[in-house]
Write a protein that binds this ligand. Sequence first.
Ligand SMILES: CC(=O)SCCNC(=O)CCNC(=O)[C@H](O)C(C)(C)COP(=O)(O)OP(=O)(O)OC[C@H]1O[C@@H](n2cnc3c(N)ncnc32)[C@H](O)[C@@H]1OP(=O)(O)O
Ligand SMILES: O=C([O-])CC(=O)C(=O)O
Length: 390
Amino acid sequence: MADHNTDNSISCFSPGLAGIPVAESAVSSVDGKIGYLEYRGIDIEQLAERSSFEETSYLLLHGVLPTAEQLSDFDAKLKHHRRIKFRIRDMMKSFPESAHPMDSLQATVAALGMFYPFPKNISGEMDKATVDSVCINLIAKLPTLVAAHARMRHGDDPIPPRDDLSHAANFYYMLTGEEPYHLTERILDVAFIVHAEHTMNASTFSTLVTASTHADPYTSISAAIGALSGPLHGGANEDVLDMLDEIGTVENAEVYLNRKLANKEKISGLGHRVYKTRDPRATLLVKLYKQLTDKIGVDIDYRIARQIEKLSESTLGAKGVCPNVDFYSGIVYRKLGIPTDLFTPIFAIARVSGWLAHWKEQLGSGRIYRPAQIYVGKKGDSYIPIDERG
Ligand SMILES: CC(=O)SCCNC(=O)CCNC(=O)[C@H](O)C(C)(C)COP(=O)(O)OP(=O)(O)OC[C@H]1O[C@@H](n2cnc3c(N)ncnc32)[C@H](O)[C@@H]1OP(=O)(O)O
Ligand SMILES: O=C([O-])CC(=O)C(=O)O
């Protein structure tokens, strides 16, 4: 009889693959003890201060900051590929009005693969151009897919992209029909930068698992969007605002927190597998929020969120459970007038650059992901004919 206990040999079992490296990567790195994040060796704070989403995407994909000429070429290509085919828009029209924008995005990204077939075996210089064009196509089209669905679900016509606007400004324009103020554009741009990449998180891993079978990149990115949508990952940014709405007042925060903790329930936007201190991106997002509210003062969402953070410091903070990137992003987006269910799609618009950087890094060298399991079921049972079963 075969030994059912092992797939081959099992050395250790770590639930959620905690602490188990699954790839070598040069895309980004995190120091979870001190709350520090770098993309390609550059501090995220410097990128948030000085870069643009377009430049940061180039950095992630190509490993180096672009020259002025390279950036202008990259930017022109992104602008050129923003449009989506009318058949994709028709497909969106048939989605139920109640469809979550993340479900729509996952479906339409998967459908894009039918329009842009990817060669089965890629290698060499010629294919470098194919790989680059996939990256451009996906980064360029995600904002259009999100904005088109957001309008069409309310019966409004999609607004075609404009090629005289930046990635962030064009997204805002396609969503609202208005050009953003400079501050709005910059806030969205920085939010895109800080969400663009984060080492081996669940959605990036989903990209790599799917791509390791040599599935096409649209399928792989669609898998990543599905993983990001979950409330333990990117979906938490939407849940945080629902939580703030439910709490309603600063005074209610303590009762809410105590009830959740007594019931052993998680607080959305707190905790992280890697960070055991405040996520540096949460700090950057608070800075953005403060810029937006500089003249008018902070609102109730921020005051409740801060109260939750303060109250949780003695209990959860002591365990290393602190605000993550999803805790403060929603209050920024809401201040920009963006509906709550678009927060996670905005995360995807930014993160697609990171997913693609990892996809590109693994191309040609990756081995199919096929981990082992520890079998805990029965062994050697006999088949019982149906009329003899009790
Ligand atoms: C972009 C992103 O994906 S950032 C993460 C977004 N997700 C969220 O904000 C959802 C809420 N947070 C969580 O569910 C978790 O912290 C995760 C999924 C992010 C990380 O999970 P893990 O690394 O598996 O941590 P795990 O769930 O084992 O938690 C470790 C301990 O901290 C506690 N803890 C972790 N997060 C929370 C939380 N949000 N609220 C209360 N307690 C928490 C756990 O109860 C556990 O306590 P214990 O050791 O006493 O049993
Ligand atoms: O790294 C993680 O596990 C989750 C996260 O913060 C991200 O994907 O941005």
